[in-house]
Design a protein around this ligand. Sequence first.
Ligand SMILES: CC(=O)[C@@H](O)[C@H](O)COP(=O)(O)O
Ligand SMILES: NCC(=O)COP(=O)(O)O
Length: 243
Amino acid sequence: MAAGPLRLGVNIDHVATIRNARGGEHPDPVKAALLAVKAGANGITAHLREDRRHIRDEDIAMLMAALDVPLNLEMAATQEMLGIALKHKPHAACIVPEKREERTTEGGLDAAGQIAVLRPIVAALTDAGIRVSLFIEADAAQIEAAIQLGAPVVEFHTGAYAHLTGEARAVELRRIADAAALAAKNGIEPHAGHGLTFDNVAPIAAIPQIAELNIGHFLIGEAIFGGLEASIREMRRQMDLAR
Ligand SMILES: CC(=O)[C@@H](O)[C@H](O)COP(=O)(O)O
Ligand SMILES: NCC(=O)COP(=O)(O)O
């Protein structure tokens, strides 16, 4: 058993993916976000991609107006996204790497390799009262970069863990656990997310230092079969059992 409550941030990006497939208003990501909160989400995550393939600018405005739980805005480290974050002032901004041609976020941000680019962005977000998170690989050099940048939070990319099996997954899990311990030792709050499902969430949820999981694609997909509230409640249950 581990210490401390584990928060669940529900990522509603792929409600917008379905909406955008027909170009109308349905299904509404804000309605999904409110339902997610009712089902036990402690916060909502939304990734405003530069290509606007799912979440759009107006969704961020509407989420800010509708939510009374924290909004975690995932954003690329660009001036455009910085301006949007400063305009809306979400609770948190998670800086993620982004490639136009990728199907989904393929790995963590190379914070160590772009300290000079990130420093003014992290500073501007922090000065605006936005809690900065860096979406990184579970790697000591990336945690060191987060320390240098003064980021209070890191989110470990669990995509590789989610796709591996057997001993390779166990190795990746240990890497994430070690990184969470290192981050926490240095005063940084570790989060985790990407590709988490009912089948793979428990070992990540059991890492004692991890304070928050951000989960989206699986929950929205699972909602097709049992409804969004049920999928979130079951994820919450799995997380609590592991803790
Ligand atoms: C950074 C991240 O992991 C999330 O944004 C999630 O992957 C949903 O967005 P995409 O499916 O567009 O990558
Ligand atoms: N930062 C990870 C996230 O928000 C959700 O990722 P996924 O569950 O949609 O893969």
